[in-house]
Structures are given as C-alpha cells and as structure tokens.
Design a protein around this ligand. Structure first.
Ligand SMILES: NC(=O)c1ccc[n+]([C@@H]2O[C@H](COP(=O)([O-])OP(=O)(O)OC[C@H]3O[C@@H](n4cnc5c(N)ncnc54)[C@H](OP(=O)(O)O)[C@@H]3O)[C@@H](O)[C@H]2O)c1
Length: 281
C-alpha cells in the first residue's frame, strides 16, 4: 500500500482539553506516536504551542461549554479529513468545597464542563460517525465516582453522571456501529491540582465548615502526590486499549485505581470509616 493511502487510513482523533502538562496533551502525543492524525483542542492555542510544528497535529481552539465553538471545530475537521474516527472527551475541571456552602455557580460550571460539555461533543460528532457506521467515543470519567467522599462532591457527582451517560451511550450507539469507552483514571500527574487550587482560592469563606478549611484545601491536589502515575504512562496504556479493534467498555489505570475499585464494593459503613479518616472529616 502506498504511503499516502496508508496515511489516509490512519484514525482521525479529536481530543478536548489538550493543554500542555495534562492528560489530554499526553493522550494527543500517544495517539500521534501510533501514527494517528490528532485534532488537539483546548481553550487557548498557546497552551498547546509545543505541538504546533508537528504535521500529525491539527490544532483548534475549542471551549466545550460553547455550542458555536464545538460546531465550528467539528465542521472544520469533517471538511479537512472527511471523518472523525475517535472522539476523546477529556476536558474537565475539579471542584472542591463542602456541598452545603459551595456556590451553586461552581457546581453548575463543573457539570457544564464535565457532563454537558462531553454531551455537546457527542451530539455534534455522532451524526458523522453514524453515517459511516463506524467510530469510537471515549469519555474520561474518574475513579472518584466509585466512592464519593467529603469535599469533592460536585466533581464526584459530575463524573458519576458521566459514567451513567456513558453506559447508556454504549448501548444506544452500538446500533450505529459506534464503540463507547469509559476511561477511568486513577491519580495521574497533571495540572488538575493547580487549577483546582486556583478555583478554590476564589471560593467564599466557609461558615459552618471553617474549622475544616485546611482539610478541604488539601483535597484540591490529592491526586498530585509523589506516587501519582505519570501522564505519558497513563496515555500510552489508554491509547493501546482504545485502538483495539474491539475496545473495552471500561478501562481504568493509575495510582489508587485498584483501591477505589475495592472501595466501591465495601459496605457503606466501612467505606465511610475510611473516607472520614482520609479526608479528616
Ligand atoms: N489527573 C487526575 O488524577 C485525574 C483523575 C481522574 C480523572 N481525571 C480527568 O482527566 C481529565 C483531564 O484532566 P487533567 O488531570 O489532565 O487536568 P488538567 O491538566 O487540568 O487538564 C484539564 C484540561 O481541560 C481543559 N478545560 C477545562 N475547561 C474547559 C472548557 N470549558 N473547554 C475546553 N477545555 C477545558 C483545560 O483547559 P485550560 O488549560 O484552558 O484550563 C485542560 O486542558 C479530566 O476530565 C479530569 O477530570 C483526572
């Protein structure tokens, strides 16, 4: 087969949230290393500047909260490549604070990005995949949805919602030849801790929960400890799973992923005991 034809047959992968230092960026590089054509997107092109000169990447600005932005990027990709083979809904934000006091606008922003943002991309991309009876949709969930504990309730709930939506999508979209994969990271090195602390610094002062302020703040970068899994290791294994002819419905990888899978099956009183201790609650 000639080189040009081979290149045309490589999967076209669209990924959200590809800022340097994060999981999306590592996934973009891992897909490119498998000779995929990668549409790397983020809210600002400058956050992916290091990918600019590499011909494997097509860089686009995309805000998952905007209908216009999503439609514009999907149209650009279909116009340029004629198809989207893989969509990776990776963009996401953490949200830390006690549920009884956290501003509703912060909870809404978390769901607007993690849940509705992913659904916005799904709805924009599915017609193109369905017309070819082919495609893969990958939603990036979280192991935190397996055991929702104190101080990150909004984030855990958004990921639990995404897991449930992913389960439904897998069944509904199989009718159109589209595979749906729930990628469930453990604790992975990224910018998520720093972003969460920046958001946390804008929260109002807690009232009832003021005595727990330092425990709550610590929750913001819990995933960024010394044993967190490097994002390139996570990405390499995840991409290998996604590119299989029959990808798994669930792919979990990274520090804490086994512990959290066990936690899911524990009786509630045992789970609460561990979570109280871990979160100083
Ligand atoms: N790291 C972990 O331990 C871990 C564990 C479980 C699940 N996850 C999930 O993995 C995914 C990637 O997170 P990460 O750890 O790589 O965090 P990260 O380094 O903070 O990356 C998050 C990415 O999402 C982007 N983003 C945020 N809001 C957006 C919006 N409205 N539109 C488009 N992009 C937006 C960010 O863009 P900006 O740079 O512009 O903010 C950034 O590129 C998230 O869904 C996260 O929930 C991470």
């Amino acid at each position: 087969m000639d080189f040009h034809k081979q290149e045309q047959e490589q999967p076209v992968v669209l990924i959200t949230g590809c800022s340097q230092g994060g999981i999306g960026h590592a996934l973009a590089c891992a897909f490119a290393a498998q000779r995929c054509t990668v549409v790397a997107t983020s809210r600002s092109r400058s956050s992916m500047g290091d990918l600019d000169q590499n011909p494997r990447f097509f860089l686009q600005e995309l805000d998952v909260q905007s209908d216009e932005s999503v439609q514009c990027v999907v149209n650009n990709v279909v116009q340029r490549y004629g198809r989207i083979d893989v969509l990776v809904n990776n963009a996401g934000v953490q949200c830390v604070g006690p549920l009884a006091e956290i501003p509703l606008s912060a909870i809404q922003n978390t769901f607007d990005t993690n849940v509705y943002g992913s659904m916005r991309l799904v709805q924009a991309v599915v017609p193109h995949m369905a017309s070819r009876k082919k495609g893969k949709i990958v939603n990036v969930g979280s192991i935190i949805a397996m055991a929702s504990g104190p101080w990150s309730g909004a984030y855990s709930a958004s990921k639990a919602a995404l897991h449930a939506l992913t389960d439904t999508l897998r069944l509904e979209l199989s009718l159109f030849g589209i595979d749906v994969v729930n990628v469930v990271p453990g604790a992975i090195k990224s910018n998520i801790g720093n972003s969460a602390i920046a958001t946390y610094n804008r929260m109002p002062e807690w009232k009832l929960f003021k005595p727990f302020e330092s425990a709550i703040r610590e929750r913001a970068d819990l995933s960024q400890g010394p044993k967190s899994t490097p994002s390139d290791e996570f990405a390499k294994n995840t991409v290998a799973a996604i590119l299989k002819t029959s990808p798994p419905a669930w792919f979990s990888y990274g520090h804490y992923s086994s512990i959290m899978a066990i936690m899911y099956h524990l009786p509630i009183c045992v789970k609460d005991f561990f979570l109280r201790r871990a979160m100083k609650c």
